[in-house]
Design a protein around this ligand. Sequence first.
Ligand SMILES: [Zn+2]
Length: 357
Amino acid sequence: MENPLTPEVLADPVQLTRALVDIESVSLNEKVIADCVEEVLRGVPHLTTHRHGNTVMARTDLGRSQRVVLAGHLDTVPLNNNFPSTMRGDLMYGCGTSDMKSGVAYALHLAATLPDPRYDVTYFFYEAEEIESRYNGLTLVGQAYPEWLEADFAVLLEPTYGIVEAGCQGTMRAVVTTTGERAHAARSWHGVNAIHAAGEVLRRLQTYEARRVTIEGCDFREGMNAVRIVGGVAGNVIPDHCEIEVNYRYAPDRDPAAAEEHLREVFAGFEVTVTDAAAGAAPGLDAAPAREFLAAVGAAPIGKLGWTDVARFAAMGIPALNFGPGDPNLAHHKDEHVEISKIRDGAATLHRWLAPA
Ligand SMILES: [Zn+2]
């Protein structure tokens, strides 16, 4: 196959988005698209290019005092009668248009056309973000070549509809257990009903007022919810045991220990067992490249409510945020599409930020 990523296509983020969408790359099938991207980057004289699996990394080494990462995943979720791309007015439809080949197009366009960015830049085009983390290209690079990830700031080009989504919330699951005493249902006054006791747990959840916090200008909205309930012995037995599984999404000013303490406060008097926890990530917007990035975007950032690879950089002490033209609500949908004007606006923003002063 001839490489569709010609110099003319690379010069235009819209054409480039379309060309990338039209190379099928469902997770674990990224070889062809990675070959195309690698071939392009190896031909760019101001970049050093390496490949690990189907992840391609290219970097400038201009001796700048700061280094930034621009990263996009090459894979998509499975096709759903939405391949190849189609155009309808200002909208480009197709698998990966929003999540996230329009973002990948930014990185590839800048890598190929900007020889003298104001920061040194490491560009990542990585495999397998949409499936389990052990296949994720950034996981694999982190194991094999952790030094490739070193930077002062990172932008993940995931769909955010042209605004900045910074940091991410933490998540914790816990089981709240109520106990009682079994008895025959015909003589229920001899027992204590553990399912009835669950009523108090549910009442606390129902009246729980979730916190909203602003951290570095980003709003985070917490949530605490029952996600599963199990109890009961038989149709004629007063139950002595009931479990309510609770999921708590918490803002990144709380670490997992503080989140657990809060959970235990809410369910004081009940047995609480934490079963799973992942830390969130603070926005980290005070680094110079981050501040300049926000100035280039010119709109207030918001907190990221889900978990993304931003947390991976945050865990390494590298402030990171999400920024891309796609609508995150359309990601993984059959009708996935991206607005052409959004692609152009975001490309101009990144250019303002990275072009030499
Ligand atoms: Zn994505």
